[in-house]
Design a protein around this ligand. Structure first.
Ligand code: TYD
Ligand code: MG
Length: 492
């Protein structure tokens, strides 16, 4: 009896445990299925942000290959709802355009002429600005030195990359007024950032960098397209609602697009790109998109031990070297954006020692250089097929202006013949496939820049003479129509 009872007792205990186990199992299954219902896998194009329920090799929207990446998102994440509400709430009664009262945007003076110019006259209240650039180019330095100078503004600098001590060390290297008003918060959670903002009520918010920030409402990791998009949409909403300007710092990936999101470019008001070669000291701040100003503006900086210095007259810096008696150097009157400056183009042509001749270009498109070499070969009859050709734009700058073609050709010819181009001579002109010198834009600006720097002779395309008021021009203008003419003018 005792034994039986004992067994019975055990059975019931075991049965209860089985029941519990079953319940637990069912609970886990239900919980998982709820979670599964919430989570969704989508594919997003890293180039244009197109969403698709399934992976495909070519993006149907932008036509790029192999750009779809898998992202896990929660269906109806609270943040998505939040944002959707934001969009709905702006629905309002249509107004006639003529009835809308226009007023100038209020702009914040950034105490930095170059930055102000690129922004179109200062930072607009309630705007969202993105500063993109490769890692290590100096984005954090630029923004930190700028906010340190804004002594009358309360700035909240959110750093997701560097510790407060690292930022302090960096700030110590940069000369700045004692009474700076910068608050530092090392934070990566979007919710915490908003709490910080609520508690401090800053005049300007900096987020360094958007790729390190994440919201708890989405499961994917920081830096993923979904995170970056949701976080920036929430930040945009905050900026518009409170009128507080926000500057986002974003890294650019190898392909040159701002990491992951081209999507980000659509969301923000202004996109500035900070570029330059890390091994050189010059940096260019370019405006790619600006809802409040022109995209033709350009800012130039020089990276120094104690931060970035504004370069207000780039030509003077780029042309400091004395190159009298040196062959292979030609000075070009270039325009980047709407800013004219003179730039030194250097070429070296030497006999190729083995087989395939080498061709290399720094700061200039190699394919364009090859095209110009082909023009020289075909139209002017220079035999460059067995020569190594190296081309370099001084100062580590990258120039996209086609008007420097003429100086590229001249520098190559000068080096090939080992004959220098007279000092005091500069040039501007695009070279066409048949060796013709094509007209360039903003010729007056190029000429006056050359005059300002004391140049005495300038080769320009013949077509550009039309409409030019020559009475005002002191520099000797040499109009050229073909590469051969330019060659005769330069080398006799
Ligand atoms: P940083 O602003 O950290 O680049 P990013 O934020 O774009 O990643 O710049 C880092 C580089 O700048 C680093 O290589 C050191 C250099 N630097 C200077 O040359 N001088 C300075 O005064 C400072 C602060 C940095
Ligand atoms: Mg940085």
């Amino acid at each position: 009896m005792k034994v039986g009872m004992h067994f019975g007792c055990r059975e019931t205990k075991f049965g209860w445990f089985l029941h519990f186990k079953n319940f637990f199992f069912i609970f886990v299954v239900i919980k998982n299925s709820i979670n599964m219902a919430k989570e969704k896998t989508i594919y997003i194009c890293t180039n244009c942000g197109q969403e698709s329920p399934k992976w495909s090799g070519k993006c149907p929207s932008c036509g790029q290959w192999n750009t779809f990446v898998e992202e896990v998102v929660r269906k109806e994440a609270p943040m998505a709802k939040h944002v959707a509400h934001g969009i709905e709430s702006v629905r309002s009664k249509p107004q006639y355009l003529k009835e809308i009262v226009s007023s100038d945007e209020q702009r914040m003076n950034m105490q930095d002429d170059e930055l102000n110019r690129v922004l179109g006259g200062g930072l607009v209240q309630g705007s969202l600005t993105l500063i993109g650039g490769e890692p290590g180019i100096g984005k954090s330095t630029l923004i930190l030195q700028t906010v340190l100078r804004l002594t009358d503004k309360k700035v909240l600098y959110i750093s997701g990359e560097e510790s407060a001590r690292q930022l302090k060390l960096r700030a110590d290297r940069i000369p700045h007024p004692e009474e700076s008003n910068v608050l530092i918060a090392c934070e990566t959670s979007l919710e915490q950032i908003f709490t910080n903002i609520k508690n401090t009520v800053p005049d300007l918010v900096i987020i360094d960098s958007i790729q390190t920030i994440s919201t708890e409402n989405i499961d994917s990791s920081p830096g993923s397209i979904v995170q970056v998009r949701e976080c920036s949409a929430a930040i945009l909403k905050f900026a518009k609602e409170t009128g507080t300007p926000v500057i986002l710092i974003g890294h650019i990936n190898k392909e040159g697009s701002i990491a992951g999101p081209k999507v980000l470019e659509h969301i923000v008001d202004t996109v500035l790109q900070f570029e330059g070669d890390q091994h050189y000291m010059y940096r260019i701040l370019r405006s790619i998109k600006n809802r409040f100003g022109s995209t033709a503006e350009l800012g130039i900086y020089e990276m120094r031990q104690d931060g970035l210095r504004q370069v207000s007259n780039p030509s003077e810096l780029l042309l400091t070297q004395d190159h009298e008696g040196m062959s292979g150097i030609a000075i070009a009157g270039a325009v980047e954006g709407i800013r004219p400056f003179l730039i030194e183009v250097q070429a070296l042509v030497s006999t190729a020692a083995y087989g395939m001749p080498q061709r290399s270009a720094t700061g200039f498109d190699l394919r364009r250089m090859n095209m110009l070499l082909a023009v020289l070969e075909k139209r002017v009859g220079f035999k460059l097929a067995q020569k190594d050709v190296f081309l370099n734009i001084a100062g580590g700058l990258k120039v996209n202006d086609p008007a420097i073609d003429l100086s590229v050709i001249s520098a190559i010819l000068s080096s090939n013949m080992d004959t220098e181009i007279e000092t005091g001579v500069c040039m501007a002109g695009e070279v066409g496939l048949s060796g013709e010198i094509r007209p360039v834009n903003r010729i007056e600006q190029r000429i006056s820049e050359a005059e300002k720097l004391g140049f005495t002779r300038m080769l320009i395309p013949k077509h550009n003479l039309q409409g030019l008021d020559r009475k005002k021009i002191r520099i000797e203008l040499v109009p050229v129509r073909k590469v051969e003419e330019a060659f005769r003018q330069l080398f006799g």
